[in-house]
Design a binder for this molecule. Structure first.
Ligand SMILES: Nc1nc(Cl)c2ncn([C@@H]3O[C@H](CO)[C@@H](O)[C@H]3O)c2n1
Length: 236
């Protein structure tokens, strides 16, 4: 057991899918994993382990924002020896190059959070994905193309969902950042610290520029495509 995850040693698989929403973790476990078993419901942040095409895979909710995500990622890496974490989540599109339902495979993540400034004494670290995992995800998306477009590019991991200064995203957009969410930069930083593998894949659930949103049914379809990409990449 760790402070926030009630799993016994060995109950969590070396590969973990990492959605923000614990109910989405349940949906992924019920939809994609065989013999899925609940290993933790501490504070309602559900975690399951099952098998996918013969591979043991776990699904753990991370919560929203880097502080919450970091609690679970630290414990998955440090207390349970997890080797690979793939964040599967949603994001907002920051550019009209993307449409709602598109999928972003993040090669890196910027952040407006102070969390890494503290970690790196005010200097800027470059949180990037594990390249072999990234490449495997791109290959999986090419082998079995999803219904929507796939983009490889940067995310902005913001500390705010209700931004008090929306204009501050402008420089990031000018430098090619595709979408905004709240966890990827912290995950990439922790994976690097522990010498493990991480990747973030997000579906565009809302469009910051056009205001367009996806329906619940559309979200479920694209989320399924994204999970298939994540599973193929993590088990390649
Ligand atoms: N800042 C922010 N903005 C937009 Cl437009 C988002 N769309 C999805 N998310 C993700 O969904 C949750 C917020 O609804 C967070 O976990 C975040 O990663 C977003 N987070």
């Amino acid at each position: 057991m760790s402070t926030h995850i009630a799993a016994a040693p060995g109950q969590i698989a070396p590969i973990v899918l990492f959605p923000g929403d614990p109910l989405r973790a349940r949906w992924i476990a019920e939809t994609f994993l065989d013999d899925a078993e609940l290993y933790s419901e501490t504070r309602g942040m559900l975690g399951f382990t099952g098998t996918w095409e013969g591979h043991r895979v776990s699904v753990q909710g991370s919560g929203m924002g880097q502080p919450s995500m970091a609690i679970y990622a630290n414990e998955l890496f440090d207390s349970y020896g997890v080797e690979t974490i793939v964040r599967v989540g949603s994001c907002g599109a920051l550019t009209e190059k993307l449409a709602v339902r598109d999928i972003i495979i993040a090669n890196g993540a910027c952040t407006d959070s102070g969390i890494n400034r503290v970690r790196f004494n005010g200097l800027d670290y470059a949180p990037v994905a594990d390249f072999p995992l990234l490449r495997a995800a791109v290959e999986a998306s090419e082998a079995e193309p999803p219904a929507s477009a796939v983009h490889v590019g940067l995310l902005l991991s913001s500390d705010q969902f209700y931004s008090t200064r929306p204009e501050l995203t402008e420089p990031f957009v000018q430098h090619g950042v595709l979408g905004v969410e709240m966890e990827a930069a912290g995950l990439y930083t922790l994976a690097a610290y522990y010498g493990r593998r991480a990747l973030a894949i997000c579906t565009v659930s809302d469009h910051i520029i056009t205001g367009e949103e996806t329906t619940a049914q559309e979200r479920e379809q694209t989320f399924g495509d994204m999970i298939r990409i994540a599973l193929r990449a993590a088990t390649a």
